[in-house]
Design a protein around this ligand. Structure first.
Ligand code: APR
Length: 235
């Protein structure tokens, strides 16, 4: 796989924003959400990943998330995650805005990570308004000491994004000199608004994906290939 001739040299940019999706973690062995073999093909989100499902059957929703926590705990960051972390070492303003909830960017060594959709590794009690990190598998207790069910600190379908994370993402794009989407179908809003925002701000944009997406033609540069291979060639 060769990079297109006009591809920008990443070394010339100081504040790169990476906007990442499930395609990046696919290379760590984690299934994507859509397409063949996608998570939502096996697990209907209406029963496993929304507040309505949780209110109806919290044990079923927790079982699904425990399977994901267990599976992902055995996965390791891909070459693509590592390249992004390496870039931050040389260009410390590099920021990752991720839709992924697997924590693999942090495990690869990235420090500036905005988790738009939350994290599988944080748990919260909505009754007490507390959030904490937990890597215990399975959880010792699915209920808080106050008696309410704990829930994953994840933005499920129909949940709003956390305002603080949106502000961090917008701030990073405002300061960026290059925006690179990696492995996202960009069909889930409001997250998919972010590449459009970068385009509107005249930030140069690159899309890396194994196939065309609904937004491909809007990016200034499009690179078709796997995240790890393309990122390694770019850096
Ligand atoms: N390299 C690059 N791109 C890849 C690779 C790869 N190795 N493998 C798959 N892709 C691309 C697919 O072509 C697809 O465009 O990754 C994208 C994955 O799309 P989705 O499964 O829709 O994942 P994502 O865009 O991250 O989903 C967004 O949807 O369900 C919600 O909250 C969930 O955060 C998730 C959001």
């Amino acid at each position: 796989m060769d990079l297109p001739n006009n591809t920008p040299d990443l070394h010339q940019f100081d504040h790169i924003v990476f906007f990442t999706g499930a395609g990046l973690s696919a290379e760590s062995g984690i299934p994507t959400y859509r397409g063949k073999g996608g998570i939502w093909e096996t697990y209907r989100y209406e029963e496993h990943a929304c507040q309505r499902a949780f209110d109806k059957d919290p044990e079923k929703v927790w079982d699904f998330h425990e399977i994901r926590r267990e599976f992902i705990s055995h996965c390791i960051p891909s070459e693509g995650h590592k390249v992004i972390a390496e870039i931050e070492k040389v260009k410390p303003l590099t920021t990752v805005i991720t839709q992924n909830i697997d924590g693999l960017h942090q495990r690869a060594g990235s420090n500036r990570v905005v988790e738009l959709h939350g994290s599988l590794w944080r748990i919260r009690c909505d009754k007490e308004g507390i959030v904490y990190e937990s890597h215990k598998i399975p959880l010792t207790n699915r209920r808080c000491s106050c008696g309410a069910y704990l829930r994953p600190d994840i933005v499920w379908f129909e949940d709003p994004l956390k305002e603080e994370e949106i502000f961090k993402a917008i701030d990073a794009i405002n300061q960026s000199d290059l925006f690179i989407s990696v492995g996202t179908s960009a069909v889930v809003f409001p997250a998919a608004q972010l590449p459009l925002y970068a385009i509107q701000k005249n930030v140069p944009t690159i899309e890396i994906n194994i196939e065309k997406t609904l937004m491909t033609s809007m990016y200034q540069y499009q690179i078709q290939g796997t995240a790890s291979e393309v990122l390694r060639k770019l850096w």
